[in-house]
Design a protein around this ligand. Sequence first.
Ligand code: HEC
Ligand code: HEC
Ligand code: HEC
Length: 132
Amino acid sequence: MRIKNQMVLFLFSILLIFAFIVDDASAEYGDVVINNYSDEAGMRPVVFPHWFHRIRFRCKVCHADLGFKFQAGGNDITMLKIIDGEYCGACHNGDIAWSVENCNICHSATPGINTQVHESTLQKLIAPEAAK
Ligand code: HEC
Ligand code: HEC
Ligand code: HEC
């Protein structure tokens, strides 16, 4: 009986772990979540997949030429600026990369998640609310 209970507990904890992983499926290690304005505006926060971009472009392209500051949430990015060709819009213009009408590819984070650098799945498990 005791073993059976432990088994149930074990299976339950596995389920719990998956629940957290699935809950946050769109954010991977090193991704930057940007949520200065999105939530308030009723959009999902933005997930910027840093590594995906880092292997395709030099740091300088974004952090010098395009003026992105080295800080999660440290840039005052708005859709108007993006459509004007600033920040993400320097590339997401249908020329270098797919254009801005693909709202959901950028606005893909779990609603309510704070601006952060997503360090790991473990971080998510320890602090599931990402409260800091
Ligand atoms: C290439 C990525 C990208 C795409 C595509 C994109 N956005 Fe955004 N959007 C951003 C970023 C980055 C921010 C700033 C996020 C923040 O600080 O919360 C933002 C902010 C916003 C905001 C809040 C601030 C503001 O400017 O009003 C709204 C609303 C918004 N987006 C709507 C949309 C809609 C609607 C679409 C599709 C038509 C869209 N976005 C497509 C990246 C994108
Ligand atoms: C395609 C554009 C792009 C490229 C290329 C890029 N970055 Fe970033 N980086 C960003 C954006 C966007 C942010 C988040 C800024 C924000 O939230 O406003 C960021 C954030 C950062 C941060 C702060 C967050 C963190 O992870 O601690 C650091 C440090 C950083 N980048 C370093 C680098 C380095 C080093 C390279 C080259 C190996 C690089 N970046 C290449 C766009 C880029
Ligand atoms: C220097 C150019 C450049 C900048 C700046 C840039 N991107 Fe991208 N991004 C790309 C390219 C190229 C792709 C790949 C497009 C493709 O696969 O057709 C891409 C793909 C993506 C993807 C999809 C990743 C995947 O797994 O397929 C997301 C999400 C994204 N960008 C978000 C953003 C956001 C948010 C910003 C601004 C904070 C941004 N990008 C700024 C060039 C850029």
